[in-house]
Write a protein that binds this ligand. Structure first.
Ligand code: PLP
Ligand code: COI
Length: 357
């Protein structure tokens, strides 16, 4: 197994500067000292695994990823427990999804062991950067891009893998209202909706800005073909709680990202008296359910977002308030349970945590 060896000359941030940064880390405002890096070529496969100083990467402007968008990424977190220990949450799920995204984008999958080694060593070397304040964590951003200089259109013949680390707060601090755009779609049958590729996000900015102009924090995406099925939210999967005790989320259909937080919430649902149900969720059913009270709560979840209560849905024609317009009880319970596991105050019954330091 290749190991990411640390460059001993990487400058270290003094402890007082780290302490100052952790007062208000934002999301991507500060980066840890090292970044992981590896390169793939057809002749050598994956090679040059190293942990180097976080900083610019020299590149030719004709870079394949800049021209044709061959880029994929992941997002996962390390958490500090009260006893000072540091743990990664379900990193093997991110490693597997990274490999699936690579396949969809015709990029060479990074071996699972390389992915796990990169994130583990990156955190090990930067333990002082892992916050201990409530709700804060160390976010890891592994990504890979076509790094050949390439103007003729084809799959790149060289790839670079990088993993950045940064202390973060949850991405959406407040409960969300979601905007249902009448114009735009995120994915289509046969498209890249279930891959975590940068292009999906670039294409979604127009709807996200529309949402903000409408006073909403994010978009609720419907299927592109019929605009009648709920898919997911901007950087999150979408779930509802029903009056008869179900936690319903749209089934994975190739157009929705298979979220790790989604999977975790479905797994712990039973502990909260909820039956986890994955099935197509009609937009008409969602609206009628919110109006009638059959749907009592809505929530969106993701690694960066954690669990965000959804308190309203807005379209050009209607504005719906979910429940009484405040975060629902089950939503709060699920969030407390999930973050409790992550921060070590709830038992990790499923072996989701991996100790790093
Ligand atoms: N859906 C999209 C489009 C996302 O960007 C994310 C964030 O990663 C998610 C869902 C949630 O996935 P996860 O829980 O694995 O972070
Ligand atoms: C994540 O939750 O890790 C994401 O990728 C969302 C994001 C900040 C794009």
């Amino acid at each position: 197994m290749a190991t990411f060896a640390a460059d001993p000359s990487v400058p270290r941030t003094p402890a007082d500067k780290i302490t100052a940064a952790l007062v208000d880390p934002g999301f991507g405002r500060y980066f840890v000292d090292h970044m992981a890096r590896a390169v793939w070529t057809p002749e050598a496969g994956w090679h040059d695994h190293a942990l180097v100083a976080t900083g610019p990467i020299p590149m030719h402007p004709g870079l394949a990823a800049l021209q044709y968008g061959q880029e994929i990424f992941e997002g996962l977190k390390a958490f500090r427990h009260a006893d000072g220990s540091v743990w990664l949450f379900r990193p093997e799920m991110n490693a597997a999804r990274f490999a699936r995204s690579a396949e969809r984008m015709q990029m060479p999958p990074l071996p699972i062991s390389d992915f796990l080694d990169s994130v583990t060593r990156l955190v090990e070397l930067n333990l002082d950067w892992v916050p201990s304040a409530p709700d804060q964590s160390l976010y890891l951003r592994p990504f890979m891009f076509g790094s050949e200089t390439l103007i003729g259109v084809r799959a790149s013949n060289e790839y670079t893998y990088v993993c950045l680390g940064m202390p973060v707060m949850p991405f959406y601090p407040d409960p969300l209202k979601l905007w249902v755009s009448p114009h735009y779609a995120r994915s289509m049958v046969g498209g890249t909706g279930d891959a975590k590729c940068g292009g999906n996000y670039g294409a979604s900015m127009i709807a996200e800005n529309e949402a903000h102009a409408q006073g909403c924090g994010q978009v609720l995406w419907l299927d592109s073909a019929t605009r009648s099925w709920v898919e997911e939210s901007g950087t999150m999967n979408f779930l509802v709680v029903t009056a008869d005790g179900e936690l319903v989320t749209p089934a994975l259909n190739g157009q929705i990202l298979a979220g790790i937080t989604r999977d975790s919430l479905l797994t712990i649902a039973a502990a909260h008296g909820l039956r986890a149900v994955e099935r197509p969720l009609g937009f008409a059913e969602l609206c009628a359910g919110i109006e009638s009270g059959v749907i009592t709560e809505a929530l969106a979840c993701g690694t960066a977002a954690v669990v965000s209560p959804v308190i309203g849905i807005k379209t050009p024609d209607l504005e719906l308030v979910v429940g009484d317009g405040t975060p629902g009880t089950k939503t709060r319970e699920l969030r407390a349970h999930l973050t409790g596991i992550q921060f070590g105050t709830e038992p990790d019954l499923h072996g989701w945590l991996h100790r790093v330091g």
